[in-house]
Write a protein that binds this ligand. Structure first.
Ligand SMILES: [Zn+2]
Length: 129
């Protein structure tokens, strides 16, 4: 059974924290220059949640930069749920069913599936399974 009520599938902040933990298992790292220690979280109303600043290269980044999810307008919690659904062998969920559960259009779901498939080939997200 897929735990559809799990906060990482429903709440964007929880999804982001979960994703960050997986992405930066060995500590946060700037995707532009590889810096770890000199990166800080940006807070305040002018910054969106999950935005970080690198004091080394002066760049900004989020946990999705450098992953197949970079630049997506689909919220992270929907990505996590779509990934979970499509990779559950027991449930064997198709895109046409997934789009209703996740709450995106069929076209968006199809594009998400394509990206997730490419991501899997690249070795991303294997830790979600
Ligand atoms: Zn940097």
């Amino acid at each position: 059974m897929i735990p559809l009520k799990d906060p990482i599938f429903r709440n964007e902040t929880r999804a982001r924290e979960y994703f960050e933990k997986l992405r930066w298992r060995d500590g946060r790292q700037c995707p532009h220059c590889g810096e770890g220690d000199k990166t800080v979280a940006l807070h305040g109303q002018s910054h969106r949640e999950g935005l970080y600043y690198c004091n080394n290269c002066k760049g900004q980044f989020t946990a999705t930069v450098g992953t197949p999810l970079e630049g997506s307008k689909v919220p992270l919690h929907k990505w996590l749920l779509a990934h979970r659904l499509l990779n559950d062998d027991a449930e064997n969920i198709s895109v046409s069913k997934m789009h209703r559960i996740v709450g995106v259009s069929y076209k968006t779901a199809w594009l998400m599936a394509q990206r997730l498939q490419a991501a899997a080939i690249l070795g991303f997200f294997t830790e979600f399974l």
